[in-house]
Design a protein around this ligand. Structure first.
Ligand SMILES: Cc1cc2nc3c(=O)[nH]c(=O)nc-3n(C[C@H](O)[C@H](O)[C@H](O)COP(=O)(O)OP(=O)(O)OC[C@H]3O[C@@H](n4cnc5c(N)ncnc54)[C@H](O)[C@@H]3O)c2cc1C
Length: 346
């Protein structure tokens, strides 16, 4: 048995749901296929920035915490920053997904959960191994391990292996913390993100450059040194893809991490998923549409990847660079420039 839809979107993450929301204002028939039993939950530190708020009118009720302050650590310096305006907003991914879902007009959009796409062909996708859905346009919004990307024969060579703990705490502080130390994290960093009743503490690195086993070992040494008790914490791990090789392939599209649009430097990917999901939808509605937002997004990612390349090249001088960054962050204009560059705030 097979059914037809104008657009089949695989994945109900930020990219797929944003794409469906924009398409729900068109006359196209759309189906979103999500393998999980609910849309939303995902291994993530849950930090979104002022950039995301400019895209979507996210209600305050979605935020577990609104963060003005950050504390940055390098091997020899610490810097506290307070821009006086929100820099990062903490969300629970399950709530964020359900809120995105509520924005979709169900007149022409069907969202199906427990619907795992098991194979992709040029005409249809197969769901749960036994059902065919034909498409005119196919959107792979299925994250870092994308079945559509695999079908398009696009490898993923640039990715981050990540490890994080969700540590229950009574009163999480109202600031995020970033730790840069080459001995533990090479060119990357560790994050401490406060949520309503927990701290999300994690790190990531490219496994081709820093073997995951070694990173995990160093992460645990660092957790010990910082005094984090992870005995009651929930452990999580999931890859992040930053291997961008295009998003438009005839009538097939990739959005978000399926397109490798996350930042290889910070691991940020929700903003990129929202932008690309929206832009893919606009391109399907009007094939002549030129996406300036995608141009801006690719420029934004390119800058981050240049910084990462520089930090990787810095080798034995990397800790000096981290010290210099944190020391310079004491200067207000530098602080404002860097914070604004990453978060869009201020
Ligand atoms: C440890 C960690 C911390 C992170 N922290 C942050 C952060 O603080 N801020 C930030 O901006 N980004 C963060 N990210 C990155 C962010 O989570 C992702 O970039 C973002 O979720 C990408 O959105 P997406 O819609 O492209 O994909 P996803 O959110 O991965 O959604 C893809 C969806 O597709 C579904 N799917 C996959 N395969 C199939 C299939 N075959 N059939 C049907 N459905 C399928 C999945 O179940 C999933 O729901 C973090 C990532 C990790 C791993």
């Amino acid at each position: 048995m097979s059914v037809n839809f104008d657009v089949v979107i695989i994945g109900a993450g930020p990219a797929g749901l944003r794409c469906a929301e924009v398409l729900s204002k068109s006359e196209l028939s759309v189906i979103v296929l999500e393998k999980k039993s609910v849309a939303g939950p995902k291994v993530c530190a849950g930090g979104i920035t002022a950039k995301d708020l400019r895209l979507l009118n996210i209600p305050d009720s979605i935020f577990e915490k609104t963060i003005n302050k950050a504390r940055l650590y390098s091997p020899h310096f610490t810097c506290n920053t307070d821009l006086g305006v929100p820099v990062v907003y903490m969300v629970n991914r399950a709530d964020f997904g359900q809120w995105q879902l509520s924005l979709i007009n169900s007149r022409n959009v069907t969202v199906r959960t427990n619907a795992k796409v098991t194979s992709v062909t040029g005409e249809y996708v197969e769901v749960n191994g036994n059902e065919r859905i034909k498409y005119k346009y196919l959107v792979g919004a299925d994250g870092a391990v994308s079945v559509v990307r695999r079908y398009l024969k696009l490898p993923v060579e640039k990715r981050l292996a990540t490890f994080q703990y969700r540590i229950p705490v009574d009163n999480p502080p109202d600031r995020i913390e970033i730790y840069m130390h080459s001995r533990y994290f090479k060119a990357w960093y560790a994050w401490v993100f406060p949520h309503e009743k927990e701290l999300v503490v994690g790190c990531g690195a490219n496994p081709g450059i820093y073997p995951p086993k070694k990173l995990k070992q160093q992460f645990h040494r660092w957790l010990n040194k910082q005094g984090f008790d992870v005995s009651k914490a929930k452990y999580e791990s999931f890859p992040i893809s930053y291997d961008y090789r295009g998003y438009r392939f005839g009538n097939r599209f990739l959005a978000g991490e399926a397109a490798g649009l996350a930042s290889g430097l910070t691991g940020e990917g929700i903003f990129q998923a929202l932008v690309s999901g929206e832009e893919v939808a606009k391109t399907i509605i009007d094939p002549d549409y030129h996406s300036e937002a995608m141009d801006d997004l690719l420029r934004y990612n390119k800058i981050q990847h240049r910084v990462l390349a520089f930090l990787l090249k810095a080798g034995i001088f990397r800790n000096l660079v981290f010290d210099l960054i944190v020391w310079l962050m004491h200067l207000k204009p530098v602080n404002r420039y860097i914070t604004k560059g990453f978060s869009g705030a201020g």
